[in-house]
Design a protein around this ligand. Structure first.
Ligand SMILES: [Zn+2]
Length: 52
């Protein structure tokens, strides 16, 4: 399923994808991803890929 991959900029609602991805870090709580939008806002998302 690809639906979890879609996210948007907190600031301007631009769709964010791999081209905007600047950091990806896996923790016990899930995968954190930081995106830098073309408006220079940084959006952090947490993908809980093992939800309990
Ligand atoms: Zn933006």
């Amino acid at each position: 399923m690809l639906e979890q991959l879609s996210c948007t900029c907190d600031h301007c609602n631009m769709p964010l994808g791999d081209e905007q991805l600047i950091l990806s870090m896996t923790t016990d709580a899930g995968t954190r991803r930081a995106y830098e939008c073309s408006c220079r806002a940084v959006t952090i998302t947490v993908v809980g890929d093992d939800v309990r």
